[in-house]
Design a binder for this molecule. Structure first.
Ligand code: MG
Length: 297
């Protein structure tokens, strides 16, 4: 049981973060090779040319962030068995949202027996997933509980464990949740994120990001920090948090900078969007982006 009730300020910050996470996810997805060749994507991103497609669909990042939000709305804190069921229901509702291989294996089984996450999640990939899936959905949780950073970190761990049992997968979720909380507080600094991230390659990566000057070109920073191409938390979270901190008051600028890194670009943009949006919401985003983004339903 937790005594940390969700406050009105927490609820507002969570909603801002969720809306911006979905915008980042849908915007980032446009740069995948499925939609435009990498060279074309690079040129269009550098020219800041808005993708012309009339509808930008969001992907698994948003589907699972919505599932986490619904579970938190219902329980006020992470109830792991209920959350496992909510993740499984989201997957079952639309399996074509770009889920990773591990989630295709795990989530159908959790639909049958949600409490089995305790044995099934650690059994994935011989030691649990260290992917970026727990990080990509968690920013609104950090925003929701931003008034208590210890609670943010503890709840982020619980939200991760039902699918990502590997310490690196969990650390990715903690780093992003703490970053979103600090953003909602107007205190986003990379070293402060690293200070609250469990020891390991994710924390090392966030420290590396903290030492990477904001004068660095984003594509170069992605080379140094990783762009999510390996789909691991430690190669996704540091760059996404670097661009978020570099542009912590400007969601549009943050998402363009993140897109410059390409790689797992829907997820890096979802993370950056969720973190920056905890402070800014989507109010400053271009009207035609907001019109194109698939509604949250
Ligand atoms: Mg995705």
């Amino acid at each position: 049981m937790t005594t940390n009730a969700t406050t009105a300020a927490g609820r507002s910050a969570a909603r801002r973060s969720l809306e911006a996470l979905a915008l980042g996810d849908a915007f980032g997805e446009r740069w995948f090779p499925l939609f435009r060749a990498p060279r074309q994507a690079v040129n269009e991103i550098r020219a800041r040319r808005t993708p012309p497609e009339p509808r930008w669909h969001w992907t698994d990042d948003t589907a699972l962030a919505l599932a986490l939000t619904r579970s938190l709305d219902e329980h006020g804190h992470v109830d792991q068995d209920h959350l496992a069921l909510c993740y499984a229901l989201a997957f079952d509702a639309d399996q074509a949202r770009g889920y990773g291989h591990g989630m295709h294996l795990l989530l159908p089984r959790l639909l049958e027996a949600p409490a089995d996450w305790r044995t099934l999640a650690p059994g994935l990939f011989d030691g649990g997933s260290l992917g970026n899936g727990a990080a990509m959905r968690v920013a609104p949780l950090g925003a929701r509980f931003h008034e208590d950073l210890d609670h943010v970190a503890a709840q982020a761990v619980l939200s991760a464990e039902v699918t990502h049992a590997h310490p690196d997968g969990i650390a990715g979720a903690v780093a992003v949740a703490v970053a979103a909380a600090l953003s909602a507080r107007g205190e986003l600094v990379l070293d402060a994120v690293a200070d609250r991230t469990p020891e390991g390659p994710v924390r090392d990566g966030v420290r590396h990001a903290a030492r990477t000057p904001f004068t660095t070109e984003p594509w170069k920073a992605a080379d140094l920090l990783g762009n999510g191409q390996r789909i691991r938390a430690d190669d996704t979270v540091p760059f996404a948090l670097w661009t978020a901190t570099r542009h912590r008051d400007d969601l549009e600028a943050a998402l363009w900078a993140t897109a410059e890194g390409l790689g797992d670009v829907d997820t890096t943009c979802a993370i950056t969007g969720g973190v920056v949006g905890a402070a800014t919401g989507t109010a400053g985003a271009p009207e035609d982006w907001l019109r194109r983004r698939e509604p949250l339903g």
